[in-house]
Design a protein around this ligand. Structure first.
Ligand SMILES: CC(C)(COP(=O)(O)OP(=O)(O)OC[C@H]1O[C@@H](n2cnc3c(N)ncnc32)[C@H](O)[C@@H]1OP(=O)(O)O)[C@@H](O)C(=O)NCCC(=O)NCCS
Length: 213
């Protein structure tokens, strides 16, 4: 069984370990600091998928976070375990993170940007972002070089097409596990804390789409 939801502060250190192990072997991921990871978990901004394994120790299969700085929201740190790639896990996780962000933080109503940074050479997440209404808006040279000592370029994707984003999120909120391949869909669970109801989010997406805020 794979459970999608928000990581709590009590397991933020384990989420950090999983994240940093992954980040150290994948140069497409910028590593978070432990304190950052704890702050994200404490604020419900660390969105995870984990295998329910009958113990108290979470077995992470995917992570994403969202955070805000200077009125710009960033979706970052997306990663899925090799064993479950290509099965829709990242799509569900992105929808959960973006849906929660849009429903609870109202970035559109406050004219706040939502962006994500992707290494130019990394095509895998780009289609996911485009499906959610993001477009490439800028490229910048990274301060980090590649393992081969070459320049790294980062593309900035911004959520530009709200209609597409809200349409995608409405479909997702009506049937949250539909993007998953059938073998995972049957073994998937969405657990959210009180105050997080995706049927309510669906209504918010509909209003935002209709009235533009
Ligand atoms: C990028 C990454 C997170 C994608 O994770 P994922 O869980 O495999 O993503 P999904 O399964 O949602 O989508 C991946 C592909 O599987 C396909 N897929 C998804 N669900 C599917 C299903 N039910 N049936 C068939 N194919 C499916 C998607 O269409 C997508 O295809 P595409 O690559 O042609 O667009 C993963 O490759 C990863 O961790 N990469 C390393 C870290 C990284 O690059 N992170 C991004 C930093 S910006």
């Amino acid at each position: 069984m794979i459970e999608f939801g928000l990581e709590s502060l009590s397991h933020a250190d384990l989420a950090y370990q999983w994240h940093s192990g992954f980040a150290s072997s994948d140069e497409n991921i910028s590593r978070l600091e432990m304190e950052q990871c704890k702050a994200l978990a404490a604020n419900g901004k660390l969105v995870v998928a984990k295998r329910i394994n009958g113990t108290d120790i979470p077995e992470f299969v995917a992570v994403i976070y969202y955070d805000v700085e200077n009125s710009t929201w960033v979706l970052g740190g997306l990663m899925t375990d090799y064993n479950v790639r290509g099965k829709g896990v990242a799509q569900v996780l992105c929808s959960l993170a973006l849906g929660r962000l849009i429903a609870l933080e109202n970035p559109f109503g406050r004219s706040e940007r939502i962006v994500s940074h992707v290494a130019r050479s990394n095509d895998r997440p780009k289609r996911l972002l485009e499906l959610a209404g993001f477009q490439k808006v800028a490229s910048m040279k990274s301060s980090r070089e590649t393992d081969e000592g070459e320049e790294r370029w980062i593309d900035e994707y911004e959520l530009k097409n709200r209609y597409v984003a809200l349409e995608m999120l409405k479909k997702w909120a009506a049937n949250w596990n539909l993007p998953l391949c059938s073998s995972i869909q049957k073994r998937s669970l969405l657990t959210l804390p009180p105050g997080n109801n995706i049927a309510d989010w669906h209504a918010i997406f509909e209003v935002q789409q209709k009235y533009g805020t």
